[in-house]
Design a protein around this ligand. Structure first.
Ligand code: MN
Length: 133
């Protein structure tokens, strides 16, 4: 991509963990349009592997994924010295207020409500990249 470092989001790498293909494709498309590099994982094992090998700048984490759920993946990442600084943003259903609390307790750094608002998503990502604790 041209204008690296100038264009918004360029060269920053986002790992999208989502087992629902439609949701995943939507999020990936929006992120790519906004200049991010995108990696995808469809279950918890793949999420852990790709976090280790790709060292993304941010992880979008669906909490309900096969093999290892998003809560447990987040707990494991936050116990890992090398990986704990990567912000993990949970993708949570609007109605499930309890999920957000459990997500934050598991170590998620924030959450983005589902269904995804395609106009808000890039702003939300930008916010979480800037306010990485
Ligand atoms: Mn899911």
């Amino acid at each position: 991509m041209d204008n690296k470092g100038i264009q918004k989001g360029s060269s920053q790498k986002i790992l999208v963990v989502e087992d629902n293909q439609d949701n995943r494709e939507l999020v990936v498309k929006v992120l790519k349009i906004n200049g991010y590099q995108v990696i995808e994982a469809v279950d918890g094992e793949e999420a852990l592997e790709k976090t280790k090998t790709e060292k993304p700048d941010l992880i979008l984490m669906d909490l309900f994924i096969p093999k290892i759920d998003g809560y447990e993946v987040t707990r494991r990442l936050k116990r890992d010295r090398d990986l704990r600084s990567i912000p993990v943003i949970a993708l949570t259903a609007h109605a499930m207020k309890g999920d957000m609390e459990v997500a934050l307790a598991a170590g998620c750094d924030g959450y983005i409500p589902k269904p995804i608002d395609v106009r808000e998503l890039p702003k939300q990502i930008e916010y979480f990249l800037k306010h990485n604790p």
